[in-house]
Each structure stands twice: as C-alpha cells, then as structure tokens.
Design a protein around this ligand. Structure first.
Ligand code: 5AD
Length: 346
C-alpha cells in the first residue's frame, strides 16, 4: 500500500495536495484496501443495504446550453417532451406499487414548471404518499422558489456542483452559468432545510487531478447529504462529442475515498457508471456506494432523456425490472431495502 492510502485509512482526511498525489499514484492494491474500508464504513453506518429511488425524468426541455449535456438547448436533434401533472402522478402510483418510497423528479430547466405548477405536483405526491420522500433535481432556481417547494413538501434536492474549480466550471458551461450561482443555490438549499446532493463527473473535458482534489476538499467541507459521481460520457450532438469518456476504475476509487472521508453520505452507483462498465453498478456498491436510482419514467420518453450516448434505461436500470436489480445487488452481498432511506447525520 502507498503511504498516502495508509494515511487516508488512518486519518480519514487528506489535504488537497495529498489528494492530488494519491489520485496520481494509487495502485490496484490501494484501490482494493480503500474499497474494503469504504464498505466496512458503509455497513457500520447504514448496514449492508442499498436504497432505491424511482427516477422520473419529467422534462428534457432546457434553457441552458451546458457543453457536456445531450439535452442542452442547442441540440436540435433532441426530441423534446414534458410530462403532465397526471403523468407524473401515474409514475408515482406505479413506483409505489413496485416498492419505491422515494421519488426523484429530474428534468432540464424548463420554464413551464413555475413554482405554482411544481408546488401543486409536489403537494399532490405528498398527499397521496405521505410515507414517501420527494427529491427534486431541476437545476438552479431562486431562494424563494426553493423555499416554496420545500414548504410544499419536497424533502431533498440534487444539484451537482459539477466541479469545485471556478475556471474549470467556466470551461464546462456558457457564461450565463457561474460557479458562484451554483454555490449560492447549494447554500440556499441547505439553509432552507433540504437534504442536499452535490456531485461531479469523472473525466470531464479539461479536468485535471488538481480539480478532482478540489472536489474532494469541497465534499469534505460542505458535507453534502448525497453525492452523485459518474464518468463523463460524450454525447455526439454536443461541443464535447469528440472528447474521451471518464474511467470506471477512477470513479470507483473516488467513491471509496468519498465514503471514507464522509461516512454518512448517500452515494449512488450511477447510471453513467453502469453504462460505461457492464458490472459498473455492482462495482460501485463494492466501492462503498449505497443507492441506486432505477428509471420510473414512462417507457415512451425514456430514450429521449439522453444526457449522454447509450444511456441505459432498461434491464436493471428500469424500475419495472426490480427483480433483476435485486439479483444483481445480491451479488455484492448487499440487499435492496424498501424504505425512504434518509441521510443519517454523523
Ligand atoms: N456524461 C455524464 N454525465 C452527464 N451529466 C450531464 N451530461 C453528462 C454526460 N455527457 C450529468 C451532470 C448532471 C447530471 C444530471 O448528469 O453531472 O448534473
């Protein structure tokens, strides 16, 4: 084992410079030892359990033009859709019967969803399924909007920070989107009382080991309740279509590091990880992840929510195939659990 991996095992925290060196020099043995420690910590905090979230992709209409994203406004090849209030409730009804107790409403920044419309949807879901958590993942909004949605019953909000480096942020996004506003949103969400999710892509264009080291320091300081990390996967109809994708190995290594430095975090084995590697989901769990988010969107729109090429939406990624997912998760020695799966505060 290298010295830095040993130090991380012992002290559960490193400096930015040490993270940079660890990421640049870690060995297969380090990855193995840290993965085992990550699983031990996860099992101690949450048990050998994997929480499931039903993901409802409510709209692929977006006013933003993020360079990496397949549903960016300028992608004229993207066939746009938006789910109605009733369609979203039907997804929840189906999900509830399947055993889901968290619904994640994710979508592009679609101006149709005003606070009034969204608050109506959220409060209807909470009225019908008071034992369920509602998670929103709908991008940047105002403090007032986040507050109204929280008061309507939303419990959690996912908003990846994408990168903790201001300059790198500006290479991934057009100038209308700023790192400063992203941080404002994350802080507002936390102040209001949401369980907050951050996260980033591994191997995004122009990302350096220094940037990843900064991401780890950000996670250490901000302590998000959830942290979504997955490999970058190019989408051919974006400015980043010719860049290479991120690695499953590095993603898994970072999952382990994040579990070790922030034991209580809810850590998904992401669809992107399952897309780049056939057994990515299982490897994510074996690296310390404890959440999976199968797709509950209506079958007719699933292929249209293409953040990146070849995004999985059937098989174990589909909410309807929970049995398959259960079998896959069982291979890791963990077990899927039907429960809201709230964060434990450490
Ligand atoms: N590859 C991997 N992840 C992507 N996302 C968007 N585009 C891509 C891509 N090409 C991620 C972003 C976003 C989340 C919803 O999906 O990190 O926050």
């Amino acid at each position: 084992m290298t010295e830095l991996a040993f130090k991380l095992l012992k002290e559960k925290k490193l400096s930015q410079k040490e993270y940079k060196n660890l990421i640049s020099t870690y060995t297969a043995e380090d990855a193995d030892v840290l993965a085992k420690e990550a699983c031990r910590i996860r099992d101690e905090v949450y048990g050998k359990k994997v929480f499931i979230r039903g993901l409802i992709e409510i709209s692929n209409i977006c006013k933003n033009d993020c360079y990496y994203c397949g549903i960016r406004k300028s992608n004229a090849h993207c066939v746009r859709y938006r789910l109605t209030h009733e369609e979203i409730l039907e997804c929840c009804e189906e999900g509830y019967k399947l055993g889901f107790r968290t619904f994640v409403l994710q979508g592009g920044e679609d101006g149709y969803y005003t606070d009034d419309i969204l608050c109506g949807i959220v409060s209807d879901i909470k009225k019908r399924y008071p034992d369920c958590a509602v998670t929103l993942s709908l991008g940047e909004r105002t403090y007032e909007s986040y507050l109204a949605l929280f008061n309507a019953g939303a419990d959690r909000y996912l908003l990846r920070h994408e990168t903790a480096d201001t300059e790198h942020y500006s290479r991934l996004h057009p100038k209308e989107l700023t790192f400063e506003n992203r941080m404002r949103c994350l802080n507002d969400l936390r102040d209001i009382g949401y369980q907050v999710g951050a996260g980033f892509m591994v191997g995004s264009p122009y990302q350096t080991v220094d940037h990843i080291a900064k991401d780890l320091c950000f996670i250490q300081d901000f302590k998000p309740d959830m942290c979504g990390i997955g490999p970058f996967i190019p989408h051919k109809d974006t400015p980043f279509g010719d860049f290479s994708g991120g690695s499953a190995d590095l993603t898994c290594f970072l999952l382990s590091v994040i579990r070790i430095i922030h034991p209580c975090v809810l850590l998904p084995a992401t669809t992107a990880l399952g897309t780049v590697s056939e057994d990515g989901r299982e490897r994510g769990i074996l690296s310390g992840a404890n959440v999976v988010m199968p797709n509950l969107s209506p079958a007719s729109v699933r292929k249209k929510y293409q953040l990146y090429n070849n995004k999985l939406s059937d098989g174990a990624e589909s909410a309807q195939c929970l049995q398959q997912l259960k079998e896959r998760v069982a291979l890791t020695g963990c077990e899927i659990t039907v429960d809201r799966g709230d964060v434990k505060k450490g």
